[in-house]
Design a protein around this ligand. Sequence first.
Ligand SMILES: [Zn+2]
Ligand SMILES: [Zn+2]
Length: 276
Amino acid sequence: MTAARSRDDAALRGSVAKVAILLSFFVGHWVLSVFFQTFFLHRYSAHRMFSMSKAWERFFYLCTFVFQGASFLQPRAYAILHREHHAYSDTEKDPHSPHHARHFLDMMWKTALLYGALVRRQREPEARFEGGYPEWKLLDSLGESWLVRFAFAVGYTLVYMAFAPHWGWFLLLPAHYLMGPIHGAIVNWGGHMIGYRNFDLDDESRNTLPFDFLTLGELFQNNHHRFGQAVKFSVRAFEIDPTYMMIRLLAALRVVKIEREQIARWSPEPVPSAAE
Ligand SMILES: [Zn+2]
Ligand SMILES: [Zn+2]
């Protein structure tokens, strides 16, 4: 009886440990993938909100490749697509407006086609959207290689095969395969559909979460569309942008340099227009 009970206890402890490993793996992949998207692809590559040495740029490029893995997004194509989004936010020419898509997956698909055409250089962007982003052709072509994507996908699958105590856990695998585009779609959909507005802009941008723990600051779309070059995406006392804190830390450590920081300001009164 006692031996059977201690075997049961050991089995239970083993299952709890496996679940802890899988949850850490999922959360770790989520957080690292979204961090390099907002820090490196968005705030650095697309907007150049801060600068860094060539060596650090290569280091963060490599981190983006490793942590986005199977769904690595190239800085050049990401930056051009994102600049088009700012210029045409929520109009017909916006590459990913939820207001010009039939549903969530339709928006994701349209974005993927436009992004893919940029990667394959089959689409000529407006000249003003080009330049100023980092390029590393070797990593870009490795990231686009189906063999490399497949190897990453096999790696994620092996982790689940080793630790999943139940087949239901395998349902999380598609999120690992498509992590980068899923984060982009959550921001593009949620940030232009759900939440509150601090600024009355011409587009439909919203702030979805006051503490953006899901996408580390990206969901402050309304603030970001108002102050496009501000490194800090939060503007009100209760809003928390975790990536800004990390960037401040990296600036204090002299890894990045914020030269001229645009300061986003929120006022409870309507801001009078220049004509008034
Ligand atoms: Zn937006
Ligand atoms: Zn932006």
